[in-house]
Design a protein around this ligand. Structure first.
Ligand SMILES: [Zn+2]
Ligand SMILES: [Zn+2]
Length: 773
C-alpha cells in the first residue's frame, strides 16, 4: 500500500468552532500523521500523511463529520512532500494568510453547556460564562484573527489546572483546544451594584438581580455584545416607569424568554419562526402576540406583534430562571440615538438615569453587537437588524476583484461593509449615523474588518450613498482624501437592488427589473425617491416607473406628522379651498399639532414646490393617517407598521391608475387617496381598506416591473424597507404568478438600509471589473 501526503486548506467558518480538535481526533481514528493549524486569515491548514487508504478515510471523515457550527466554503487539496511525521499535532497558529476565511459570530449557549450549569454536581453549576467548542461568544470577544485565546478578551483569564486538563485532553470533545473555556475558579466574575456603582455584597448576584427585578426594579445587565436594560414585562407600572425614564413613549421593547416553552406562551411561532428562534444565532423574532400572553400592553403599544428571543447565554438563563415570569423586557442599554454601552464605565455613567441596579462582569467586550431582529415575510426570514449571531459572516459571490472596497452605507439603521476578493462582508448593525458616537462606531466596525482582512487602504475604493449631506458620505469623502483613493457615490435604490443581485450571486452582465420601496433615498434629480422600478445591472440602471411626485412640505416635520404629506397630496387634486374643507370634514386638521394654522402654513409650503418625493413610506404613512390608525411618528416606520398590523384581507380592489410619461410609468397615488376617502365615506371596513391599499400597491408595482421582463431579463428583485411588508409582497407575488418572471428579495442582509452597503460593494466590484476590461 502506497504512502502519501496531502496538504489541505479549508476556509469558511472553521475557526472558533472546534475544528482543529475535531481534525486531531479523526487523525487518531484513521491513524494518519502530520499537523493542523489556524492560519492568519481565519482558515485552517492540515498536513496529513499515511497509507493512501488511511488518508482517504481521513478525507472522508473530514468532509462528512464536521463540528455542528462549522461551515466549509472552500477546500484546497494538493499533494505534499512526505515529512516522516511520527504523530499528529495541533501546531501553534500561523500569522500568514493563505486563504480568506470567516470570523465566527457569537453562538448561543449549547444544551450540553446549559446542562452543566443546571447540574448541582457539576463544577460549572450556576457558572454564567460556561462555553465550549460549539458555543459561546466569538466575534464580541475577538481582537483579531486567528481565533486563539490570546487574541480574545479571554486572555485576561488564564486557565486553571482543571480547565487546562480539559483543554489538553483529546477525548474531551467539547473542551479539547476550545479557546474560550473557563470555570468559576479561573473565569470572569459577576457582581451587583446600586445605581451609583457601589458594590452590593451578596453571595449570588444573579439570583439577587432576579429578585430585584421581580420586586419591580429596573436593572442594567452586561451581556455578550453589550448592555441590556432588564425589567418585568408583565407589570404596567414597571413598563410605564421604564418608558418615562427612557423618554420612549411608543417604540416597542423586546422580550427575552427562558426557553422555547416560555416563548410559546407569549407569541405564536410557526415552523420557520421556531427554527430561527432556537437557532445558534438566537435573534429576536417578531411574531404575533398570543391573546392570553401576560404582557403589559405598554410593551408594544398599538402593535399585535412582539419581539422575542431566547436566553442565549448561561448568564441570561440563570437570571431569567429565578424570576417569577421566566421572561423579561431586555432592551438595549443605550442613551437615545447612541450606540449601546459595552463597558462598565459607560453603563455606570450613561445608564444610571434609567436603572436602579447594575449587574456587571469583568470580561471585556471587544466588538459591540446588538441583538439581531428578524421577522417572517411571506414565509421567509427577513432581517430587520443583522448583528449578533450573524455578523461578521460573509456573502460569497463569484465576482472577484483585486481592489478592496470600503462601503459606508446610507444613514438610518446603517451598516458598513468591506469587499475583498469574492466576498462581501457587512459589519454588524451600527444604527442611525446622525451623531458623532454612531459614526465612530461605524469607523471602529470597519477598521476591525480592515485590520482582520489585512486591507491596504491606499489600494481601496470607498463607496457611499449619493446623498451629499449624509454624514456617512462626508466620512467616505474624508477617507478618499486621506488615502488618495477614488470615492464612488451610489444611488440609494440601485444599491438596494444590487444587494439582492449579490445575494443571488448573479453574473456580472445580468440585468434585472428591480422594485425598490422605502422611505428616503436621494435621487438623480435631487428629489427624494422611494417608490421605484428600475431596470438595472450591477453598474447601470434606468428608472422605468415610480410613485407620483408630491411635495413633502417642511421635510422632516412631514415625516413626523404625515397628515402634512396627506394635505400636500390632496392639495394637488383639490386646490386650496376644497383641501381645507376636506381636511375639516375628515378631521385631518386635528392630526397636526398646530391645527388650522399649521394646515394653512403647510399648504403655503407646498406652493414652494420643494422637496418632491416618490416615497412609499411617506405614502403608507399618509394612508395610516387618513384611516386614523397612526398619525404621529415616534419611531422609524411607526405609521406604516401599524397600517400593516391593522389590515384584514378582503375582496376590495383598489385601482392604482398608471400614467406613462416619456416611457416612465407613474403611479397616481393622488387618485388612490381620493378613492380611499370615498370608501371611508361609504362606510367600507377600514381594516379591509388598509389591506387593499397595500396589496394593490404591490400588485401595481409588480405589473409595471413585468412590462420590462423579457426572455433575457427574467428576474424581478424587490428590496427597501417597505419590502418587509407582507401585503405589498403578496401583491407583487400575485402580479407575477403564471408568468415567466422569477421573483426574489433579500434573505441574508436587511431589505431596509442595513442592506445598502452590500449593494454598494456589489456595484463597486462591477465598476472595478468593467474599468479593467
Ligand atoms: Zn457549549
Ligand atoms: Zn478553570
Amino acid at each position: 500500500m502506497g504512502y502519501i501526503a496531502l496538504k489541505i486548506r479549508l476556509s469558511g467558518l472553521v475557526q472558533g468552532v472546534g475544528f482543529r480538535p475535531f481534525i486531531h481526533r479523526i487523525a487518531l481514528r484513521t491513524n494518519v500523521q502530520g499537523y493542523c493549524l489556524n492560519l492568519g486569515g481565519s482558515e485552517v491548514e492540515i498536513h496529513v500523511e499515511g497509507s493512501s487508504n488511511n488518508v482517504s478515510k481521513f478525507m472522508k471523515f473530514l468532509l462528512a463529520e464536521k463540528p455542528p457550527p462549522a461551515i466549509i466554503d472552500y477546500v484546497e487539496v494538493f499533494e505534499d512532500k512526505i515529512e516522516g511525521y511520527k504523530s499528529f499535532t495541533i501546531k501553534k497558529s500561523g500569522v500568514i494568510r493563505k486563504l480568506l476565511s470567516q470570523i465566527p459570530p457569537d453562538f448561543a449557549v449549547c444544551n450540553e453547556c446549559l446542562k452543566e450549569v443546571l447540574n448541582p454536581n457539576d463544577r460549572r453549576y450556576k457558572y454564567p460564562f460556561n462555553s465550549c467548542a460549539w458555543c459561546g461568544p466569538r466575534f464580541s470577544i475577538i481582537e483579531k484573527p486567528p481565533y486563539d485565546r490570546e487574541n480574545t478578551s479571554m486572555r485576561d483569564f488564564p486557565l486553571c489546572s482543571e480547565c487546562l486538563k480539559e483543554y489538553t485532553d483529546i477525548d474531551n470533545i467539547r473542551r479539547y483546544h476550545a479557546q474560550g473555556i473557563s470555570c468559576p475558579k479561573c473565569g470572569p466574575k459577576v457582581w451587583l451594584t446600586d445605581k451609583h456603582g457601589n458594590p452590593i455584597n451578596v453571595e449570588d448576584p444573579i439570583h439577587e438581580a432576579s429578585k430585584l427585578i421581580d420586586d419591580g426594579f429596573i436593572v442594567a445587565v452586561k451581556g455578550i455584545g453589550g448592555f441590556h436594560i432588564a425589567a418585568l414585562a408583565s407589570s404596567d407600572d414597571v413598563v410605564l416607569e421604564l418608558r418615562k425614564r427612557k423618554n420612549r413613549p411608543q417604540k416597542p421593547f423586546a422580550l427575552m424568554a427562558l426557553n422555547e416553552e416560555v416563548a410559546l406562551k407569549l407569541v405564536e411561532l410557526d415552523n420557520e419562526g421556531l427554527r430561527i428562534i432556537r437557532s445558534i444565532s438566537a435573534p429576536i423574532v417578531l411574531a404575533p402576540m398570543r391573546e392570553d400572553a401576560n404582557v403589559s400592553r405598554y410593551v408594544a403599544p398599538g402593535l399585535k406583534k412582539l419581539g422575542v428571543m431566547l436566553a442565549y447565554s448561561p448568564l441570561h438563563y440563570l437570571l431569567l430562571k429565578d424570576t417569577k415570569d421566566k421572561y423579561l423586557i431586555m432592551t438595549s442599554g443605550n442613551p437615545p440615538g447612541q450606540p449601546m454601552c459595552t463597558t462598565n464605565e459607560c453603563a455606570l455613567s450613561k445608564l444610571k438615569e434609567y436603572v436602579d441596579y447594575f449587574l456587571l462582569h469583568n470580561r471585556r467586550i471587544i466588538n459591540r453587537v446588538d441583538d439581531s431582529v428578524v421577522r417572517i415575510t411571506r414565509g421567509r426570514i427577513t432581517f430587520i437588524r443583522r448583528s449578533r449571531g450573524y455578523a461578521p459572516l460573509w456573502i460569497k459571490t463569484s465576482i472577484s476583484t483585486n481592489r478592496p472596497i470600503i462601503a459606508f452605507g446610507a444613514m438610518l439603521q446603517n451598516a458598513g461593509g468591506i469587499g475583498i476578493d469574492k466576498y462581501i462582508i457587512p459589519t454588524q448593525y451600527i444604527g442611525d449615523c446622525e451623531n458623532r458616537e454612531t459614526l465612530e462606531f461605524l469607523e471602529q466596525a470597519l477598521s476591525f474588518l480592515i485590520k482582520s482582512y489585512d486591507i491596504d487602504l491606499r489600494k481601496a475604493i470607498v463607496v457611499s450613498d449619493m446623498h451629499p449631506e449624509y454624514p456617512t458620505t462626508k466620512l467616505a469623502r474624508e477617507y478618499s482624501e486621506r488615502y488618495g483613493v477614488e470615492h464612488l457615490m451610489v444611488q440609494h435604490h440601485h444599491a438596494h437592488i444590487a444587494s439582492v443581485m449579490a445575494e443571488l450571486d448573479l453574473p456580472i452582465d445580468e440585468e434585472v427589473v428591480g422594485i425598490a420601496i422605502d422611505g428616503v433615498g436621494y435621487g438623480d434629480d435631487g428629489a427624494i425617491w422611494g417608490g421605484e422600478v428600475l431596470v438595472a445591472s450591477y453598474d447601470t440602471y434606468k428608472r422605468v416607473g415610480h410613485l407620483e411626485y408630491h411635495v413633502l412640505p417642511g421635510g422632516d416635520r412631514s415625516t413626523i406628522y404625515p397628515a402634512r404629506y396627506l394635505l400636500s397630496i390632496l392639495y394637488s387634486k383639490l386646490g386650496y379651498e376644497e383641501t381645507l374643507g376636506t381636511a375639516k370634514r375628515l378631521g385631518i386638521i386635528d392630526l397636526v399639532p398646530g391645527k388650522d394654522l399649521e394646515v394653512k402654513i403647510t399648504l403655503k409650503q407646498v406652493d414652494k414646490g420643494m422637496p418632491l418625493t416618490s416615497s412609499t413610506g411617506r405614502f403608507l404613512d399618509a394612508i395610516s393617517t387618513l384611516l386614523k390608525i397612526s398619525w404621529h411618528r415616534t419611531y422609524e416606520g411607526e405609521p406604516a407598521i401599524k397600517l400593516e398590523e391593522y389590515s384584514r384581507p378582503g375582496n376590495l380592489e383598489i385601482q392604482y391608475p398608471v400614467e406613462n410619461r416619456d416611457n416612465v410609468d407613474i403611479i397616481r397615488i393622488s387618485d388612490v387617496v381620493l378613492g380611499v376617502i370615498e370608501l371611508l365615506e361609504d362606510g367600507v371596513d377600514k381594516h379591509v381598506v388598509a389591506y387593499a391599499v397595500q396589496y394593490w400597491l404591490g400588485y401595481t408595482l409588480g405589473k409595471i416591473a413585468l412590462k420590462h421582463v423579457n426572455r433575457k431579463r427574467r428576474i424581478i428583485v424587490v428590496s427597501g424597507g417597505a419590502a418587509v411588508n407582507e401585503y405589498i409582497m403578496k401583491g407583487i407575488e400575485d402580479s407575477v404568478k403564471g408568468t415567466s418572471a422569477l421573483l426574489f428579495s433579500n434573505e441574508k442582509v436587511p431589505r431596509g438600509d442595513g442592506g445598502i452597503s452590500t449593494g454598494q460593494i456589489a456595484i463597486a466590484k462591477a465598476k472595478i471589473i468593467k474599468e479593467l476590461s
